[in-house]
Design a protein around this ligand. Sequence first.
Ligand code: NDP
Length: 286
Amino acid sequence: MADIIDGKAFAAKLRREIAAEVARLPYQPGLAVVLVGDDAASKVYVASKEKQTIEAGMRSFAHRLPAGATQGELLALVRALNENPEVHGILVQLPLPKHLDADEVIAAISPGKDVDGLTVANAGRLVAGLPGLVPCTPLGCLLLLRDVLPDMTGLHAVVIGRSNLVGKPIAQLLLQQNCTVTMAHSKTRDLPGLCRMADILVAAVGRPEMVKGDWVKPGAVVIDVGINRVPAGMEGKTKLAGDVAYEEAAKIAGKITPVPGGVGPMTIACLLRNTLTAAKRLQGAS
Ligand code: NDP
């Protein structure tokens, strides 16, 4: 049976370390979170981000705009936050209502405050191997992997999923760790066969339990990024499922992240880490 990679415990430790570092700073890092509209899941995420920001000793600036906010209003807010010296990190909660252009909004965020790592500038810096701000979920995956595999040199990593938010940055981070990286996606041929060659298997697909036990190489490290809501029993109840068929895969893998309690808790912890990183760089520069 595989060892469980406990992302919840790792994230709690990371948050404690961040809080300790924040307490030693002569200034208070600040994170601005912008929420547009009433999407229920987004409200929960934003509330959780605000709570953990404050618990880490940072300032939380919450900006809630109505669902009917215009592109101009949102851009004006982002630009004001860019200029505000008390704000070191800016996060615009996605998805935005359909009438808004998320790409233009993200492009308006100052790269130095882009704690989600979504601007083209930060994506480019990651590919070029330059210091920047790395998207939170991929960074969380890397920290978990480095904890269990301090030296990944020469290992074959297969990343399923090629989104700008998750798959592509994870692949870049693993390349920087000297892995041999294969990126798989919906057009990949013989995905099960490819996965069976992976020493590190990262699933970031959005399809519940797609990766079966017999896709996993014995002893491999499996990182399940997927967060899918699936029916649970009667009465319309739901539960969370990953992209990996956990019960089967855990019998074959060497180490595996569960869902929930694996990658998920690392995302907000890494948002705090990025805010601290951004604050130190911005304060150092000023
Ligand atoms: P996207 O929908 O943007 O990307 C999904 C990727 O999976 C695409 O590259 C797609 O390929 C690929 N894919 C889809 N179907 C298949 C298939 N049958 N075989 C192989 N590849 C396939 O999703 P995200 O990257 O944003 O998110 C992925 C998962 O991670 C989701 O479950 C999401 O909820 C979760 N997530 C979790 C976070 C966390 O905090 N833990 C944060 C962010 C996301 P193609 O490009 O060819 O279409």
